[in-house]
Design a binder for this molecule. Structure first.
Ligand code: SAH
Length: 363
């Protein structure tokens, strides 16, 4: 049997080429693209403006690979929803949806685990994982939109690549997914409504600067001191702060865009006055915005959130140095929205079920 190709993984030109190959007129390509990437069809059978025979011809070589919604968690305030998706090969990934007054933002996964090994991150505990395809990335957004429509909620306006995985370590698929999401005959999500977040792959940041994308870039900094940062994020050994900031400077020079620096505040790790002074010194004169995040506790990793007085003090020091800063309201802590936490919880749940079943069998 021939392996079927996932239509979600194809961009407009590729879908047009598939239809041209079949000898179909050009408008068919547009129709198929719209079914897949605008309407979010989950099967070729839904493409009702194609004849039954045409659908059969297409289905001989193509499919729309299923993402199965295994679980959802809703935050207490009802404005944050977390999804756990199962991919066709059985792997699982998380996605978060956040409803604001003026926008609906989603945090999507790009890998099924992460090789970067950040010490405070639950995804790192899931292991290396594999890259998602562009179709699996785009699929999260299309299917979440379908869920929103069914619930009578507004659909996604903003996409942040801040779920499980390191987007710049999966750049070819991430890039393709961005282009598909941006396509005006698809979901037409503007570049400025899409954000890539990276742990600091300096070479890839330089590469990104060469692309003609008006994307938002977030850099997970978490410390302005090489020693502390290396202890938190092993990637800092490969790309220390001097390399990282040089790459960030190239990015701002080329794009004229301000970079957001994510700074999760961990109790007694990176929340001191000195840490704030170091950060102010590092960012002085740079086009920068600091997002302070009260850390999500990941008990297994031994990291705890900074106290609110420390966060206040930190903000005051940064503002004293005229560094733009905001404290991100941490959403979804009650549903363990930190990356990888839901997947781990589900994994544990499944393990416990297995243990219970074995227990029953034995008794
Ligand atoms: N690999 C990318 C994107 C995924 S992580 C990156 O590193 O940016 C998304 C964000 O969540 C990153 O800023 C990451 O550092 C942060 N994060 C991970 N675990 C966290 C935790 N326990 N508390 C607060 N932020 C966390």
């Amino acid at each position: 049997m021939v392996a079927l190709q996932d239509l979600r993984n194809l961009n407009k030109a590729e879908i047009a080429a598939v239809c041209a190959e079949l000898g179909w007129p050009r408008f068919r390509g547009k129709q198929v693209f719209s079914w897949v990437h605008e309407k979010g069809a989950s099967s070729i059978d839904e493409m009702t403006n194609l004849s039954k025979e045409q659908r059969q011809i297409l289905a001989a070589h193509y499919e729309i690979a299923p993402l199965v919604l295994l679980d959802t968690w809703c935050g207490d305030a009802g404005d944050t929803i977390k999804f756990l998706w199962q991919l066709p090969d059985g792997n699982t990934v998380e996605q978060v949806l956040m409803f604001y007054k003026d926008r609906v933002s989603t945090c999507v996964s790009t890998q099924t685990g992460c090789a970067m090994g950040c010490k405070f991150c639950a995804t790192a505990l899931c292991g290396k994982g594999r890259n998602l395809t562009a179709g699996e990335i785009v699929g999260q957004i299309l299917l979440a939109n379908g869920w929103c429509q069914k619930q009578g909620k507004p659909i996604i306006t903003n996409v942040v690549y801040m779920g499980m995985g390191e987007p710049l370590a999966n750049w070819p698929h991430v890039k393709k997914s961005l282009q598909i999401l941006n396509d005006e005959e698809g979901l037409n999500i503007g570049w400025r409504r899409m954000t890539i977040s990276t742990c600091g792959l300096a070479d890839k940041i330089k590469q990104l600067a060469e692309e003609d994308f008006q994307l938002e870039l977030s850099v997970s900094l978490h410390s302005a001191d090489d020693k502390i940062r290396s202890a938190l994020m092993p990637i800092n050994e490969r790309y220390p702060l001097s390399d990282l900031m040089a790459a960030c400077d190239i990015f701002t020079e080329k794009t004229g865009r301000r970079i957001t620096y994510e700074y999760a505040m961990f109790h007694e790790v990176n929340d001191s006055k000195k840490a704030a002074e170091d950060l102010a010194r590092l960012l002085k004169g740079r086009l920068a915005f600091v997002n302070l995040i009260p850390a999500n506790p990941v008990a297994e990793a031994g990291f705890f959130p900074a106290k609110s007085e420390r966060i206040k003090e930190f903000v005051e020091i940064l503002e004293g140095h005229h560094i733009a800063v905001a404290v991100r309201k941490s959403r979804g802590q009650d549903i363990e929205a930190a990356c990888g936490q839901l997947k781990r919880r589900n994994h544990k749940k499944t393990q416990n079920q297995e243990i219970n079943q074995t227990g029953k069998k034995e008794s």
